[in-house]
Ligand binder design. Structure first.
Ligand code: C2E
Ligand code: MG
Ligand code: MG
Length: 617
């Protein structure tokens, strides 16, 4: 290591004790003390020269007095050595106010130390990151010591690590972390600040059937496909950004999910164009080392005011919209629709309040008469559940039975329906001991057959209420009894053996055939309303469709021959009732007789029903 460019003279100067007349402390020093100081000066000098750090001594005016080799290597050239230069300019302490102030305070001895990181230029032109420390020279010496550590390598390593943390190795795209960082920053920035539109847009994309490719062709092919998809997406983004300030950010959010984030979007049209171009770009087959592969994608598109949304809100909307795109048939983009979303939210709200609603007793039953067609007499009633929802009002079963089946709440709900209906039927029987008792027909969902012990429930309820098994009818849909080997068949047989009647609800809408049903312990067919509706034009000018009548008549005859009785649903007009009676239908249910009503109105209807005995011979 050669001597600092200033030579030993300057180095000697710097360690010369600052003895002045105005320094009474110093003038009182003895000779020994001066020697000790000189020794200290010598060791300081050698430490200064051989330190691995770049160091310079700076005087109170901020000029470099002397510098060691390392400092000269970083900031000096032969033509322009550091000595005599303004130190603050060499290491850029002037560009920001706070640093500049702190530096001056250190120079004046009013502050102990300054440490900061700067990006500076090497005399050969390359940029470097340095850590700068400025501290007073130790007691008795003029000026401050400026030390500089070149931290470029560390910074570069940090940057590389950050890049690795923020990018996906398969596609080299920004990953989820970076995506959310950018999204959050975009949502937080003030629109006025950047003279922007204040809007934000997102295309959230998922490849259709990617899992199958991965499973059948292996992960390597899958990865190559993802990388190729990423390339095409990036091209789309670049083209979209061509005429604008910035291209959309393309990120891989995981698996086969990608996102294109449009900051400062101009409206849904811009996002629709982008989504369209993405689908177009993916449509061409991929050539992956000789293997041709075709994929399509589904895209959820959301575009809104940045101020109206959060990162989570935007992602949820995008997720829902992507789901719609898939559900609507894939290979398409779908725009977020607040109304469709509100519907989904209602479904969610209903699903989450089902079980507590059962516990709080928010459900009640209405009963709809089942009337003998031949004599118009009330034979029984069907129990139909209603939900008095505290928030959404009275809800019909079509709104919640499906949900209850999905999440299993149908089991406790069904148990409650069964018990309530049987108790009510028994009460009517006790209230009218002289009359023929009414039977009650209870709807049972498929899941109740599979997930609960329906036979035990029925057995217990009948025992508890004292209702005779013959006065209970269970309605199951075709799908519940279809292919009923195993459990459903055992359930049907056990119920039938107890004396409970089995009815097939909405018959004719499924795939079961009568011959098959007749082998099951089924007693009643409830003809779906759509058959009866086919009769509706009679008397209204349009001719009835004779084919409907022929089909229904044949069905009823066959059912009878197989030992089943037939109930027609949705009987709304006397004409329908008359024709049904003529072709042999046993029982009718519908608005003609009565809408579903509260239990206390059933007794009143009992007396009235004879008036419906249409066309009585
Ligand atoms: P479903 O068993 O076929 O019940 C008949 C449905 O048709 C009832 O609708 C009833 O109000 C309606 N209806 C009756 N007469 C007429 C008519 O003349 N014209 C028209 N257009 N409709 C008529 P609701 O009460 O909305 O019940 C719908 C479905 O919900 C029921 O169809 C049944 O499948 C299910 N459901 C009702 N209560 C329960 C229950 O407690 N448990 C289960 N698992 N499902 C139930
Ligand atoms: Mg029913
Ligand atoms: Mg029905």
């Amino acid at each position: 290591m050669s001597a600092a460019s200033e030579g030993p003279t300057a180095a000697a100067d710097l360690v010369r004790p600052a003895v002045t007349d105005s320094d009474p402390e110093a003038s009182r020093r003895t000779g020994t003390e001066v020697t000790r100081a000189t020794d200290a000066g010598a060791s300081f000098r050698s430490a200064f020269a051989s330190a691995p750090l770049a160091m310079a001594v700076v005087d109170r005016d901020g000029l470099v007095v002397t510098a060691n080799d390392n400092f000269t290597a970083l900031f000096g050239t032969a033509a322009r050595p550091p000595a005599g230069q303004v130190a603050a300019e060499l290491v850029d302490l002037t560009s920001d106010g706070r640093t500049w102030h702190a530096y001056r305070e250190v120079l004046r001895g009013r502050r102990a130390r300054l440490r900061c990181t700067r990006r500076v230029k090497h005399p050969d032109g390359h940029a470097m990151w340095v850590q700068v420390t400025v501290a007073p020279l130790h007691e008795g010496f003029q000026g401050v010591l400026l030390s500089v550590a070149d931290i470029s390598a560390r910074r570069e390593l940090q940057a590389r690590l950050r890049h690795l943390q923020m990018h996906d190795p398969v596609t080299r795209l920004p990953n989820r972390t970076l995506f959310f960082e950018r999204l959050t920053a975009a949502l937080e920035s003030e629109p006025e600040e950047r003279g922007s539109t204040g809007r934000i847009g997102l295309c959230y994309l998922d490849l259709d059937g990617f899992k199958a490719i991965n499973d059948t062709l292996g992960h390597r092919v899958g990865d190559r496909l993802l990388a190729a998809v990423a390339e095409r997406l990036t091209r789309c983004a670049d083209e979209a950004g061509f005429a604008r300030a910035g291209a959309p950010l393309v990120a891989r959010l995981g698996g086969d999910e990608f996102a294109l984030l449009v900051e400062d979007s101009t409206g849904t049209e811009q996002l629709a164009d982008l989504a369209e171009s993405v689908l177009r770009a993916l449509r061409a087959p991929f050539d992956l080392s000789g293997r041709r592969l075709s994929v399509t994608a589904s895209v959820g598109v959301v575009e809104r005011l940045a101020a109206d949304t959060t990162a989570t809100g935007l992602m949820q909307a995008a997720d829902t919209t992507l789901y719609w795109a898939k559900a609507d048939g894939k290979d398409r983009w779908t725009l977020f629709d607040p109304e469709r979303n509100a519907h989904r939210m209602t479904r969610q709200a209903l699903a989450s309040t089902l079980r507590p609603g059962i516990e709080r007793g928010e459900f009640r039953l209405e009963y709809q008469p089942l009337v003998g067609m031949a004599d118009g007499r009330l034979r029984g009633v069907e129990a139909l559940v209603r939900w008095d929802h505290p928030q959404f009002g009275i809800l019909t079963p079509n709104r919640f039975i499906g949900l209850a089946e999905e999440d299993g709440a149908i089991v406790p709900l069904g148990r409650w329906v069964l018990a309530t209906a049987c108790r009510q039927a028994r009460r009517w029987q006790l209230e009218h001991p002289a009359e023929e008792p009414l039977f009650v027909s209870v709807n049972v969902a498929v899941r109740q057959v599979w997930d609960s012990d329906l036979v035990a429930d029925v057995d217990r309820v009948l025992a508890e209420t004292g209702l005779a098994p013959e006065l209970l009818q269970i309605e199951l849909t075709e799908s519940a009894v279809m292919g009923s080997a195993g459990r459903p068949l055992q359930v049907l047989q056990a119920l039938s053996a107890m004396g409970v009647r089995i009815a097939i609800d909405d018959f004719g809408t499924g795939y079961s055939n009568l011959a098959y049903l007749s082998r099951l312990p089924v007693d009643v067919l409830k003809l779906d309303g759509s058959f009866v509706r086919g009769f509706q034009y009679e008397g209204e000018g349009a001719p009835p469709n004779p084919a409907d009548e022929v089909v229904v008549e044949a069905m009823i005859q066959l059912a009878h021959r197989l030992g089943l009785t037939v109930t027609a649903e949705c009987v709304e007009t006397p004409a329908q009732a008359e024709r049904l009676r003529r072709i042999g239908c046993d029982t009718g249910q519908g608005w003609l007789y009565s809408r579903p009503v509260a239990p206390d109105r059933i007794s009143g209807l009992r007396a009235r029903t004879t008036s419906y005995a249409v066309g009585k011979p």
